[in-house]
Design a protein around this ligand. Structure first.
Ligand SMILES: Nc1ncnc2c1ncn2[C@@H]1O[C@H](COP(=O)(O)OP(=O)(O)O)[C@@H](O)[C@H]1O
Ligand SMILES: [Mg+2]
Length: 244
């Protein structure tokens, strides 16, 4: 197995990734393996933000545009074993389109919070790490604007592969392309997400997704409130240690 050493990423590459600058508006993402509580917490956060008079817009990828929904179907229902490069390019193309079609336009309206159900860290964990394309390679694929835009804050709900399996059994959902890959794959995904958190420690907040729903919601709100009450959001405000 590759060690963290293998993934020492050039600062020059990491520095390309910046949060968008729109006064009073924010970009957030939820990350975590299947069953980590993303959809649950996303709905609760949207509700909480609306009570605070924010426009809260939830996006999923691929999806959220008609092109994206078609791509989503093509990937998630694929019977072919897509190679990880194909996968990451498909996700990146849908991501790029969603950014220009929806995200950037919405963020231009003051008082907006755009919340992604999965974003670039899913590509890092799934294709970059679990499927071994390489973290650096996935970042390089995202090296052109608008793919260099990253959230102000990413809420990574961390659960174990075992908890994921238990929650999926309870949910009893049919397995899709990614969910049918088994336990070892889930363990690698958790490692991949943990690695992403070490590369972007200011942006990615790792939360204990094993806690009960209310406790997780409290932790989420705690971090989101902190971000929203910052007077100014600078594009590099979340990466102070990358400045020099
Ligand atoms: N903190 C939690 N503790 C226990 N079960 C949870 C928690 N959060 C969500 N669940 C349950 O786990 C399942 C998966 O949650 P979901 O929000 O759909 O996860 P995801 O969107 O990350 O796949 C659902 O049945 C949900 O009710
Ligand atoms: Mg979900």
């Amino acid at each position: 197995m590759k060690t963290h050493e293998t993934y020492s990423i050039p600062q020059e590459l990491l520095q390309k990734f910046r949060s968008p600058e729109f006064p009073g508006s924010f970009l957030l993402s939820f990350e975590g393996i299947e069953g980590s509580g993303k959809s649950t917490q996303l709905a609760r956060l949207k509700n909480a933000l609306e009570h605070l008079n924010y426009r809260a817009i939830v996006l999923r990828e691929p999806g959220s545009t008609s092109f994206g929904e078609k791509l989503r179907e093509a990937i998630l229902q694929s019977k072919d074993d897509l190679n990880p490069l194909t996968e990451v390019l498909l996700f990146a193309s849908s991501r790029s389109q969603l950014l220009t079609d929806v995200t950037l336009k919405e963020l231009n309206v003051p008082n907006t919070v755009v919340i992604y159900d999965r974003y670039i860290d899913s590509s890092l964990a799934y294709q970059g790490y679990a499927r071994k394309l390489g973290i650096k390679e996935v970042l390089e694929i995202h090296g052109l604007f608008p793919l260099t835009l990253v959230p102000h804050l990413t809420l990574y709900l961390r659960i174990s592969a075992e908890t994921s399996q238990k929650r999926q059994k309870i949910r009893n959902a049919p397995k899709d392309y990614f969910e049918s890959k088994g336990m070892e794959f889930y363990q690698r995904l958790v490692e991949g997400y943990d690695l992403a958190e070490t590369l972007f420690p200011q942006r990615i907040i790792k939360l204990d997704g094993e806690k009960n729903e209310d406790q997780v919601a409290f932790d989420v709100m705690n971090h989101v409130t902190k971000l929203l009450t910052q007077k100014q959001t600078l594009s590099n405000g979340n990466h102070p240690h990358f400045d020099s």
